[in-house]
Design a protein around this ligand. Structure first.
Ligand code: SF4
Length: 283
């Protein structure tokens, strides 16, 4: 009940395991969704904060059209709260925190993507912030992109409920999914849920080409035992799934020194006992 005695209408967001309960007008934890007239909708629809033609290897994707480029588009907001976020200025932010936000339509993104084909562009990547907190724009744009013969790439933390994944999966050709650790406590610290991410990865491999990235953060997820368990689990789905083990550098609120290079090589050796395609990144 609100102060004026009227009953408050709460709507629950179905997109991620936070299931934010939002009163009319309230923003969710990700700052990208809000309760508008009783429906939880994306407030970052068509709001672009970053756009660039990137090498596909930067997503990172090592085994999907290598040597190509992809028009990479990002908005604002994220449902996790990683203290070492590399894109915190747009991911850990709402619209009011960002100096320049451009409003575009899916048709405009398609038109830019088509213009860049001559420069090696293969399609559109939804990246930089967490794309699925605004899955409606991904869905609408990706559908158009496919209808026009281009590819779609999704870069995601995978902390998203399966019914939302089903809405975009038919249009996504390749994904890079973060696996931020292999113990539930790690995800609790970051505001996520390990089982949700595992379910997301399992389902995605059935329809799309996927590669996985684990950023090795000192003091969080850098134990060899965890890597052994993670690699075994990935291999139980498919030992050919590529795993990118990437090196952390101090960012945002996390000040531990960069990941030890010897540890990076040790973790790769452990992962290679179970997986056929293990790559080190940021080395
Ligand atoms: S997507 Fe955003 S609003 Fe929806 S449950 Fe997750 S954090 Fe909350």
């Amino acid at each position: 009940m609100s102060d004026d005695g009227k009953e408050k209408i709460i709507s629950v967001c179905p997109v991620c395991p936070h299931h934010c309960r939002l009163a009319e007008g309230a923003l969710g934890r990700c700052r990208a969704r809000a309760n508008r007239n009783g429906n939880v909708v994306s407030v970052n629809y068509g709001k672009v904060t970053s756009i660039a033609l990137d090498p596909i290897e930067k997503k990172p994707l090592a085994f999907f059209l290598p040597g190509s480029k992809v028009l990479s588009v990002g908005s604002f907001g994220c449902n996790l709260s990683c203290p070492f976020c590399q894109n915190h200025d747009i991911a850990q932010a709402g619209e009011k925190d960002i100096p320049e936000v451009y409003t575009v339509t899916p048709e405009k993104i398609l038109s830019i993507a088509l213009d860049e084909v001559a420069s090696g562009n293969i399609g559109v990547a939804y990246t930089y912030n967490e794309a699925l907190v605004g899955y409606e724009f991904v869905r609408d744009t990706a559908k158009l992109v496919h209808e026009n013969g281009l590819k779609n790439v999704l870069v995601t933390n995978g902390c998203c409920e399966l019914p939302v994944l089903e809405k975009i999966l038919p249009y996504i050709d390749a994904m890079n999914i973060d696996l931020k650790g292999f113990r539930p406590e790690i995800y609790e610290k970051l505001g996520g849920d390990l089982e949700t991410v595992k379910n997301f990865i399992r389902r995605s491999t059935e329809e799309s080409l996927i590669e996985i990235t684990s950023l090795i953060v000192p003091g969080l997820n850098d134990s060899p035992e965890d890597m052994e368990e993670e690699a075994k689990w990935i291999a139980s789905i498919d030992p050919d799934i590529p795993l990118h083990i990437t090196r952390y550098f101090p960012r945002f609120r996390y000040r531990e020194p960069a990941t030890d290079i010897r540890l990076m090589h040790e973790l790769r050796s452990i992962a290679e006992k179970h997986l056929n395609r293990v790559l080190l990144g940021n080395i």
